[in-house]
Design a protein around this ligand. Structure first.
Ligand code: F6P
Length: 540
């Protein structure tokens, strides 16, 4: 496999980066009056303005040439047709099949998976209707009022984020809670005001072996039994979402109450699989399918649009540009919508578990930077905490601003205030305020450096009409495919996560050392040994 960095297209970008490092966004805008209209693209209800990115037409041409050279087009086609792209786990990567149209044909090992997808979606819809209409009742005959999703990582972050994002579309009479952390505080606080006989637990785990989820599920079962006093109650209050029917049955959940998915769905790409059951319970199946429609619209666009107008490709190539050529280490994601407050957390798993890799698919070490650190907070809160560093610090931090033309809570002037801030921040970052302009406004000379904004700080703005199930779906798919684009250029496998394994193994080793009655022989390093001894001593 040719390393991307050995390609002439890569080297051309390296040379070109020196030119761009010396070019200010002020000059790029001054020399092209139409830049703000030209460097934009639109699809699936999302408008992307990337004119405030530190790129020229030449940069974009060179990035697209690199994408072509590494075979991005072929890799996209391979993903959509069920190729074994996850080479280290020998799996297809087919989250796009989860939102394909009902009649589509997508084959894995010669078998069309779309009918299976719809069989599960239809079962989910049936179950959701029963719960929401009160046909499905708890053990004591009461309707379900509380839904508690127990899962972690991809079995938590997507559903938790989507519930927050789409609260306006949810059945407000239902209470939804999400338990992920093995810290019992998460469980205790989530259930403390819930009545067991009105509560449905969804145990969501692809593998059904994840330590945190299994511990929380056992605790939930005990909590229920302590209150309802009969094992028979479990069947009315627990359902499972998993690929592992055997473990689900071993836990004691009736396989009839299990919603399945498949090993070709990666955990962090699973929110449109049955992992979305809590989302469907909150929204109802109509709005859930509208969300799938938004994902699908972006999938179709990604698959077919020319690279120069392809939103996920453009965003992915910009991410490669900053990470591998311009020296940026992080990417801020700044949603100007309170409903998207969990979106950055969701993106952290999607992006960093996918592209936090140091070897390529063939095992060779990369000689370039990969996967940026993604982080962020909803605007305007971030403005009053960390934006200072983005404006005047020494680091280059590309930002994604995300906003909507209409608020779902149109109260007074709030939305104009919110959006004025979003537009202003992107403008201030790009253009700054020169020392001359600061001095000219009467600032004493000694204060001028402190009040100068260098500008030239890049951002994209993603603007949609309104936050809806469909626009949320399109937004998530946009980032999913941007991640794919980055991985394709870097030549890495975005679909495995071996880096989470070592900690799990060591935790399993340490657990008995913490709880054993006799003093254990510790064979860790001196730091870990003494931390364990101190912890044990504190337990008495
Ligand atoms: O953290 C590793 C990981 O495997 C994630 O990739 C996954 O989303 C999460 O754990 C939860 O896994 P599961 O759904 O199998 O419980």
């Amino acid at each position: 496999m040719t390393p991307p960095s050995a390609r002439p297209e890569w080297q051309a970008l390296q040379q070109h980066a020196a030119t761009i490092q010396a070019t200010h966004l002020r000059d790029l805008f001054a020399s092209d009056a139409t830049r703000g209209e030209r460097l934009t693209a639109e699809a699936a209800g999302l408008y992307l303005d990337y004119s405030k990115q530190r790129v020229t037409d030449e940069t974009l041409g060179k990035l697209v040439a690199l994408a072509e050279a590494v075979g991005l087009r072929e890799q996209i086609a391979a993903m959509f047709t069920g190729a074994t792209l996850n080479n280290t786990e020998q799996r297809a990567v087919l989250h796009v099949a989860l939102r394909a149209p009902r009649g589509a044909v997508i084959e894995v090992d010669g078998q069309n998976v779309v009918p299976e997808v719809y069989a599960v979606l239809d079962r989910m819809a049936q179950f959701v209707d029963q719960v929401r209409s009160g046909v499905w009742r708890g053990y004591t005959g009461k309707p379900i009022r509380n839904i508690v999703n127990i899962g972690i990582g991809g079995s938590d972050l997507g559903p938790a984020m989507a519930y927050d994002a789409l609260r306006q579309y949810s059945a407000r009479e239902l209470t939804l809670r999400f338990i992920s952390n093995v810290d019992a505080t998460d469980f205790a606080e989530a259930v403390r005001d819930l009545e067991a006989n009105e509560t449905l637990f969804i145990v969501a785990s692809k593998t059904f072996t994840t330590l945190e989820t299994m511990a929380n599920a056992q605790t939930a079962r005990q909590w229920l039994l302590d209150r309802l006093g009969d094992k028979e109650a479990v069947a009315r209050h627990f359902v499972a979402v998993s690929t592992n029917a055997k473990e689900v049955a071993a836990f004691g959940i009736d396989p009839a109450n299990m919603f399945g998915f498949w090993d070709w769905v990666g955990g962090r790409y699973s929110m449109t699989s049955a992992i979305g059951l809590s989302t469907m319970l909150a929204l109802g199946s109509g709005s859930y399918h509208a969300m799938l429609g938004g994902f699908r619209a972006m999938d179709d666009h990604f698959r077919s649009a020319p690279f120069a107008q392809n939103l996920p490709v453009l965003m992915g190539l910009l991410a490669v540009w900053y990470t591998s050529f311009m020296g940026a280490e992080t990417q801020a994601v700044l949603p100007y919508d309170q409903y998207l407050r969990r979106f950055p957390a969701y993106l952290q798993q999607l992006t960093m578990e996918s592209n936090g890799k140091r070897v390529r698919r063939d095992g060779a070490a990369v000689d370039y930077e990969t996967g940026a650190i993604y982080w962020g907070e909803p605007g305007t809160n971030g403005q009053h905490s960390f934006y200072q560093l983005i404006h005047q610090g020494t680091k280059l931090i590309p930002c994604d601003f995300i906003g909507f033309c209409h608020s779902l809570n149109p109260v007074g002037q709030h939305h104009d205030l919110l959006m004025a801030n979003m537009f202003a921040q992107a403008e201030a970052l790009a253009f700054g305020k020169s020392a001359e302009a600061v001095a000219a406004s009467g600032t004493p000379a000694w204060l001028v450096p402190h009040r100068t904004f260098p500008g030239n700080r890049p951002s994209s703005t993603i603007l949609a009409e309104r936050l809806t199930p469909a626009s949320l779906g399109a937004l998530i798919a946009l980032y999913e495919h941007s991640v794919f684009t980055q991985s394709a250029v870097w030549g890495i496998n975005a679909f495995d996560q071996w880096g989470v394994e070592l900690g799990k193994v060591l935790a399993a080793q340490i657990l008995p050392e913490l709880s054993s009655n006799s003093e254990p022989t510790l064979n860790h390093d001196s730091s870990t040994n003494s931390l364990i001894r101190r912890y044990r001593a504190a337990q008495g």
